[in-house]
Every structure is written in C-alpha cells, then in structure tokens.
Write a protein that binds this ligand. Structure first.
Ligand code: GLC
Length: 433
C-alpha cells in the first residue's frame, strides 16, 4: 500500500470508529444573524462590519453546556471555527487584533471550547478558513467570493499574497502549538487556482505533522465541498488530506479511490439551512432524518459532522438542542449499530439499511413490511436475532407463505410487522456464524 494511504488509515482509526461529530460555526456573523457568508452575500465592507466586533458579547456562552449536549447526542468529537472567512478569530492570536479577546467578550473562546469538550471525553478539532476577507493582503477585487470583489477601488496592486500566507501559516502554528493536543484541523476551502501550493500546502502540512503527529487533516487544501482533490486518485499528494469532506450530501456509493480502496470520509451537514446562526431559518431536519442520515453515512463507511450555529449570546438555538436530545435518546439505545461500524457488503434492502461490525449485522428497519423481513443470507448463516434497543429475542423462522423461498433468512417482529417498535429506525441485531 502507498505510504500516504497507510499512514492515513492508521491516523483515522479512531475517527472512523467515532462516526458522529458536532460542527460549530460561530463568530461575529451571529449578530447580523443571516449566516456566515453575510459579508460576501451582502458585500459588506470592513467598516460596515466593524460594529459587530465592537458589540460581540456572548454573555450566555457556556461551552460546558455545548459539550454536554454533544455528548448526550452521541457525538464523539467536535470541530469549532477558530477563524471563518470573515477573518475574525475566536482565539487569542498574537498576529492580529481582530480577535475575541479585543471584543467585549474579552476571552479566548477557542481555549474554553477545547477545555470543555476534552473534559467530556470528546475529541477536538479546529476549523481554519484559508479565505480571509479581513486581511488586507487577501485578494479583493475580482476574487470569486470577497465582499469587495466588484469594487475596482479595492484593486490588488499593493497586496502581497505572500504576506497573507505568512499570516495564515503563523496562525496555524499558533493553534497547533498553544492549545495542547488537537485531533483534527479542518481547513476550508480551495477554489479555482486558490488551491494546493498556492497555500504553500506542503509546508503547512509538514508543519502540522511535525507539531501534532497524530492530527487528522481534511482534504480542502485541494478542494471545496463539491470536489475531492487527489485523495480520490491512486496517487494522492502529500497534502491530499486524511478524509474527504462531501458537503450537504451523502455520496451515493460511499467513497473509494481509483483503485477501489475505501477513503475515510465525513459528510458535513447543517441542521437547518445555514452554518452560522440565521434567525429567520427554522427549516430544521427532524431527529428522524438526522438518525437516518447518520445511518446512511455509516452504511457507506462514512462519518456525519452535524452543524450547530450558536447565536450572538453564545447559545445553541433551542430547536437544535431539542433535535439533538432526541437523536441522543435513539443513540443511547442503538449507538452500538453506529460506533465502530461500517458497510455490510449486502445490497441495500427495500425497508432500510445495513450496518455491520465483525460478525454482527445490524438491520436498520425504517419502513414497515406487510410480512416477514427477508435477508439475502442463507438460513444457516444467522445464529440469533435480537431487538437491539431492549435485547429481546426475535423470530428467525420462515413464514408459512414463503415455503418456496428456501435459501433465504427471515426475521419477524413477534408476528406483527407494524407499527414498528421505533419509527425513527428500529435496529435488529443479527449475530452471524
Ligand atoms: C463551505 C462554506 C462555509 C462552511 C463550510 C462547511 O465551504 O464556505 O461557510 O464553513 O462549507 O463545510
């Protein structure tokens, strides 16, 4: 096996077992409350964005409550935006004044996040935006995304991109040096020719691997959320990353490289339709949809990084809290079919999905059937069957009307096929021989 792939497989072992994480998008944009792209979408100048900096005072910021919620939801890791595209830093960087410690918040919010989540036993990661709409040396006029992209007065004549790169590398060094062991660094994102060595990616990754030997790095030094970079090829670059990061979608057949070898991947998804807090967006996925999305990811060997966008006061929106607690109730009884699990190799059944761990197959029943549930397994392959949530024995006998289907297994819910015991996802645990 290619050395890069071998090292990646080793590093990502805990990550692929964890399967479920919390993404947290939080920054000044929580005040305008129209999502984290507000500066770009509305072409807001630095000056017009400055009042939010002067005002930022999240008096109800309680990272311990965030961490407890993540844990209760069954999440095993979390990733916080240390800096998003607007350039505002939640951490106390020595390289800029544009940071939380200089706002009324007056604290290093990254440090408090890390302490709180580690205390709950969760793995921790930081998101760092490669784009920076505040830094004077980042391209303005003519850039694809910059708030000042259409303003010829913001030409790039005096801008020195190398100076920006020194800043970017310096800040990443701060994050990887001053905050103890980090499990993930999540760079975001590359576009057009702003990719790979344009970020001095080899140096950046070499630094990360030196300062934090075990750290897991995403693939966005080469790509955005819609493409994957060289991680999907048979010759990934040194900075191709440890996992692919499909955004707002689950890849139809999971992810493999050109040789058909599996690639670690993590679908990142919003809970409503925005990453950063958006006061008017109440279009939330319900707990059932979240669970089913998570199970879909696992059935295709992937992770789900589910986002919350705390508000300007520092609180995770109530709707999100409610959904995550409900997800947590399902996870408390059925998490065994998620953690450390992956795809089964069996085709997707009509009524749901399969996940698998060793010789245990988990049948995730999401749709009622009129009769017994048919498995594409020989009867002698299945040793026993239990309802995962309560350990109750279920029947493996072939129904009377299926006498002609001799070479298949069946399970039934004590003769009744509806309603299902758990309409979110009823998990049937099958021990295989
Ligand atoms: C996109 C967006 C960004 C978000 C990220 C999460 O790249 O630019 O706002 O942080 O996706 O995956």
């Amino acid at each position: 096996m290619h050395d890069i792939i071998k090292a990646r497989t080793e590093r990502t072992r805990w990550f692929s077992d964890a399967r479920f994480g919390m993404f947290i998008h939080w920054g000044l944009y929580a005040i305008p409350a129209r999502g984290e792209w507000v500066r770009s979408v509305e072409r807001i100048s630095n000056e017009d964005y400055q009042p939010y900096f002067a005002e930022f005072n999240p008096t109800r910021f309680d990272p311990k409550a965030w961490a407890r919620l993540a844990k209760e939801a069954g999440m095993r890791y979390a990733v916080l935006t240390a800096k998003h595209h607007d350039g505002f830093c939640l951490f106390d960087s020595a390289l800029t004044d544009y940071k939380a410690t200089n706002t009324p918040a007056g604290r290093d919010l990254v440090r408090e996040f890390l302490d709180a989540f580690r205390a709950e036993g969760l793995k921790v990661g930081l998101y760092y935006s490669l784009l920076d709409w505040h830094h004077p040396d980042y391209p303005h006029y003519g850039d694809r995304n910059h708030p000042m992209r259409d303003d010829p007065a913001c030409g790039n004549g005096n801008r020195d991109f190398n100076r920006y790169l020194d800043y970017l590398h310096g800040q990443v060094r701060e994050l990887l040096t001053n905050y103890g062991k980090l499990d993930i660094i999540w760079f975001d994102f590359s576009y057009d020719d702003m990719a790979g060595e344009t970020w001095r990616a080899t140096d950046l990754v070499r630094m990360a691997r030196t300062l934090q030997p075990g750290i897991i790095i995403d693939n966005r030094l080469e790509s955005g959320g819609e493409s994957y970079g060289s991680i999907v090829t048979s010759s990934p670059t040194y900075y191709s990353g440890d996992f692919a990061s499909p955004e707002q979608m689950v890849p139809p057949a999971g992810m493999t490289d050109e040789n058909g070898d599996p690639i670690p991947w993590e679908a990142c998804m919003t809970l409503n339709d925005h990453w950063g807090y958006c006061a008017a967006d109440h279009h939330y996925k319900d707990a059932r949809m979240v669970v089913r999305n998570l199970v879909e990811c696992v059935s295709k060997n992937g992770n789900l990084l589910l986002n919350v966008g705390p508000d300007a006061k520092g609180e995770i929106p109530e709707e999100s809290v409610k959904i995550l607690k409900e997800v947590g109730r399902w996870m408390a009884k059925n998490g065994e079919s998620v953690y450390g699990c992956g795809g089964s190799g069996l085709p997707k059944p009509d009524w749901g999905r399969f996940t698998c761990k060793g010789n245990t197959l988990y049948a995730h029943v999401m749709e009622e059937n009129v009769n017994a549930y048919l498995l594409d397994l020989l009867p002698e392959q299945v040793e026993k069957v239990r309802l995962l949530a309560n350990g109750a024995e279920m029947s493996l006998s072939r129904p009377w009307n299926a006498v002609t289907i001799k070479d298949k297994s069946f399970f039934t819910f004590w003769g009744q096929s509806f309603p299902l015991p758990d309409e979110t996802d009823t998990v049937v645990q099958l021990t295989l021989k």
